[in-house]
Design a binder for this molecule. Sequence first.
Ligand code: SF4
Ligand code: SF4
Length: 382
Amino acid sequence: MKPTVSIAKCTSYNKEEIKKALTFCLDSLGGMGKFVKKNYKVALKINLLSAHAPSKGITTHPAFGNAVADLVKKAGAEPFFIDSPGGGIPYNEAGLKRVYDKCGYLNTGHRLNYDCRIKSISNKNGLLIKRMNVIEPLLKADVIINLPKVKTHLFTYLTCATKNMFGAIPGREKPGYHSKLKDVEHFSKMLIDINLALQPKLHIADGIIAMEGNGPSWGGLRKLRVIIASENPFVLDFAVTQLVNFDPLRVPYLKIAIKKGLCPRKSEDIEIKSDIPFKDLKQNFKKPMTLEGTGFSRLSPLIRPFVGLFNRFFVISPKINKKRCVGCGVCARSCPEKAITIKNKKANIDYKKCIRCYCCHELCPHDAVFLKKSWLNRLLMK
Ligand code: SF4
Ligand code: SF4
């Protein structure tokens, strides 16, 4: 049987419109009752990357999260919102309260997680990570429902269902994964492993307002106008690549998932159930600079095989906009390689240490980190 992805058009964060679209998506997958039983504790794993207002399009919109929580409650279960925000924010009660408040979750009427205990779990079938620390309340839930936001990503190129589960890793441990798994292939295997270990039963993505370009924090907002659901995170993300016109094989975690048989290779092998024709929902999203910059189209075929040997000459580096930088130090605390120091209230990057993970760009609250291609990259790549 083909894996299924359900997609419904949803043009706004209006409560009734979201509810209608969610009902279509869930009914197409067998209904909420298939995933949630009476009295179940249901962890709703939202994306709370950092403390930003919902209008910024960085985090899962509270109107969307609320609508899912209402449906879970209607099914007789007990929903609660949970995430461990990005590396710069301490994973404690005060840190969580600040993020819930800013992201619009403080007064939803649904329970918010403040239990900051951590538990080590084994993951014998993992591709790479056989043991990991995760935030414990996810393990205590009867069911995890993953509620990601559709965004582009400078490091993994796309962030949606698969990448959202990185939030299961306690805040301060996240930079450690970037440090240990420097290249995107290893990092992608780890993302797959978290999904295999925690097995969320359902994934429903907020694609009403999505992000294109240099996401996941400072890209451009784009009205994708959809809600997308699936039982399989890789298949959902594959369908998103089709919606935004990205090649799924250029998204490293999807390429690995396909190779490992966790996701079909061809779109014809996925059943799409949509309330309006899928082709009418498609858009052309702007790619992140890191993805568009590796097109090789201007290179002679004779030179292309040697590009890997000279990677350091083709890099895209983070730079600090000194006018915008306020010296808050979030980037320095998030940098896995301790490559950033604050001097005279301004951030400075040591490029000998920098591994180009772009966490500083992602987590700077003031949009003070920008990206610059090397001269050779500008000259030869498109
Ligand atoms: S670059 Fe951004 S995060 Fe870093 S110190 Fe400056 S304002 Fe803060
Ligand atoms: S300076 Fe920025 S891109 Fe470089 S390692 Fe640190 S966080 Fe990553």
